[in-house]
Design a protein. Structure first.
Length: 195
């Protein structure tokens, strides 16, 4: 990894790194297959840095590492991102500043090339259900017009619900809800629920 960083440092010191216009032309070549109106965003410093690391051999090193260890090729990009992040921290501030300034130049050049460009992200449609917003003025409770909308235990008919009464339990003062229901014609079940 140090070898790749040394190559990168040497290229920066020798002014062998691509200029802003060159980076934008490379992006334009990649986007030829895209629709004519689509303009790619200008690259930020991290993207420029990561792409340059790849060109100096980082991806080849990681590819060989993955092949040697039997790691799936799909892990190549995530691993290279992590490694490039680690290498960024090892890079001296002078070189980090180089990439930040290069990104600013790319942004300015992009603005010259596409003066009317405005970033408009295309969001993928979500598969999630959209929920109705909470309105505090709306009543949370709804009136029950019919007993048929109340869920009942299995084998219980609507006509079997006979009464509902509330009374105070004299021993501990808890309110108990007695609901008497009849299940199948064979017998009846009484359910007591504490509230």
């Amino acid at each position: 990894m140090e070898y790749v960083l040394n190559l990168l440092r040497r290229a920066i010191d020798n002014k062998d790194m691509p200029k802003a216009k060159e980076l934008l032309q490379q992006v334009d070549k990649k986007t030829e297959k895209r629709p004519p109106n689509s303009i790619k965003r200008p690259s930020n410093s991290n993207i420029i840095y990561t792409n340059q690391l790849g060109k100096f051999g980082l991806l080849d090193i990681i590819r060989k590492f993955c092949e040697k260890r039997g790691i799936n090729k799909q892990k190549l990009v995530p691993i290279s991102k992590k490694v490039s992040n680690i290498l960024w921290k090892e890079l001296q501030p002078v070189y980090q500043k180089f990439f930040e300034e290069l990104a600013l130049e790319v942004k300015k050049e992009h603005k010259k090339m596409y003066p009317d460009y405005k970033y408009k992200p295309k969001r993928k449609p979500s598969n999630f259900t959209k929920f109705k917003e909470y309105a505090p003025n709306e009543s949370k409770s709804t009136t029950i017009d019919s007993i048929s909308c109340i869920p009942l235990p299995m084998n219980t008919t609507v006509s079997a619900v006979t009464s509902q009464e509330y009374h105070e339990d004299e021993e501990d003062g808890e309110q108990i809800d007695n609901i008497a229901t009849t299940t199948s014609p064979r017998g009846s079940n009484s359910h007591r629920r504490k509230r």
